[in-house]
Write a protein that binds this ligand. Structure first.
Ligand SMILES: Cc1cc2nc3c(=O)[nH]c(=O)nc-3n(C[C@H](O)[C@H](O)[C@H](O)COP(=O)(O)OP(=O)(O)OC[C@H]3O[C@@H](n4cnc5c(N)ncnc54)[C@H](O)[C@@H]3O)c2cc1C
Length: 340
């Protein structure tokens, strides 16, 4: 078995294409990939599947890829798990990378479990840390477990490639170096690889306030302290004035106030805004797990003992139903004042 494992060399990342553009999570993965590849003393490759994306592969090289495998075909315009998994399975069987990283996005969370089956190997989902155990060339995969109370360290000693999905925003991309050079390998695709039993009828973007949470610079998050869905307008108005995005705790999501895509935390999104403001958020460990990379944390909570105050840079102990209207009024005055 170990002889077979020794045939696998190299680190690969899966680049993600959304609406025809290579998404920035692809560059975060390359930053992870480069640190692993350097430790292993191997090449770093990125695989991109899409339509008309050939002129963007330079970005992957500039962000650290030594090689790019490019599968470019109109049939790959929209994400389809069957063709993507099929193409990747063939490529991996042919080139045998020892590590394969994907993002813990909807795409990565859909695709990599299928690969784990087709390649008969292990997968650790939602990692927040990766390293190499050089004695055995094993990928050390770290992720929160048991409700975020422990960090689990997972290895894949008997399967290859060693596969992990990594939480977006868990590492900053390397600065792009346009002078870097790399090899682009075009993947030949046959009709059987592009076939899919799934047909996409339409795409309906979800309605949210502001940019996607992972890209937001300002986030206003609401918790159960908001008491009722009809009070959402209080946080929505503040979010819009600040030009931010609206987030929520799991309790607010479970109450049906907002859709799951707004959830921040262990079983939601990891965010890294310049400013996070929690309104009626207690600061449970599972929620805090998603905001540890925020530059500044502010909170409004009526309970002075609320856990969120232990991590907050600025805390307002008070009733959000009084504090939020005052804050909105003051911000509006400031905006009007600076406009006149
Ligand atoms: C496996 C697991 C995964 C989980 N994943 C997540 C996750 O991803 N994200 C997440 O958020 N949670 C997650 N949770 C749930 C988490 O443990 C907490 O239950 C949740 O975060 C609490 O949400 P909350 O702060 O809105 O509610 P509460 O804990 O009920 O807090 C409400 C807060 O509002 C304050 N408040 C009440 N009235 C007012 C007022 N008028 N003005 C100001 N403040 C007021 C209260 O003092 C209180 O602190 C997870 C739990 C488990 C077990």
């Amino acid at each position: 078995m170990s002889n077979q494992l020794d045939q696998y060399r190299g680190v690969w990342t899966l680049a993600e294409v959304r609406q025809g553009k290579i998404h920035p999570v692809s560059f975060e993965l390359l930053a992870w990939g480069q640190s692993l590849a350097q430790k292993l003393g191997v090449e770093l490759a990125s695989v991109v599947l899409g339509s008309g994306v050939g002129d963007q592969v330079d970005q992957l090289i500039a962000h650290g890829a030594d090689k790019v495998y490019l599968a470019d075909d109109p049939a790959l315009l929209d994400f389809g798990v069957e063709p993507q998994a099929g193409i990747l399975t063939d490529l991996i069987k042919q080139h045998k990378p020892e590590v394969l990283l994907g993002s813990a996005t909807t795409t990565g969370r859909t695709l990599l479990p299928v690969l784990a089956i087709t390649l008969t190997t292990g997968l650790t989902a939602d990692c927040t840390g990766l390293d190499i155990d050089l004695t055995e060339r094993l990928l050390i995969q770290t992720r929160p477990a048991i409700g975020g109370n422990v960090m689990a360290t997972i290895k894949t000693p008997t399967g290859r490639p060693q596969m992990a999905t990594v939480r977006p925003k868990s590492k900053r991309p390397l600065a792009a170096d346009p002078a870097r050079s790399g090899e682009v390998i075009k993947v030949e695709l046959g009709p059987e690889q592009l076939a899919s039993r799934v047909k996409r009828l339409e795409f309906t973007p979800e309605e949210t306030v502001g940019a996607p949470l992972q890209d937001a610079e300002v986030i206003v998050a609401c918790g159960k302290g908001l008491k009722d869905v009809k009070n959402l307008k209080l946080v929505t108005e503040l979010t819009e004035i600040l030009g931010g995005s609206l987030g929520a705790t799991r309790k607010a999501i479970d109450l049906g106030w907002l859709s799951y895509s707004h959830q921040i935390g262990l079983s939601g999104k990891t965010v890294s805004p310049k400013l996070y403001l929690g309104c009626g958020v207690s600061g449970a460990v599972q929620h805090l797990a998603g905001i540890t990379s925020a530059e500044k944390i502010a909170a409004i909570n009526s309970d002075p003992e609320a856990a969120i105050f232990q991590v907050a840079d600025l805390g307002v102990v008070g009733d959000l139903f009084q504090a939020l209207p005052l804050l909105v009024e003051r911000l509006k005055q400031n905006t009007e004042g600076s406009a006149s």
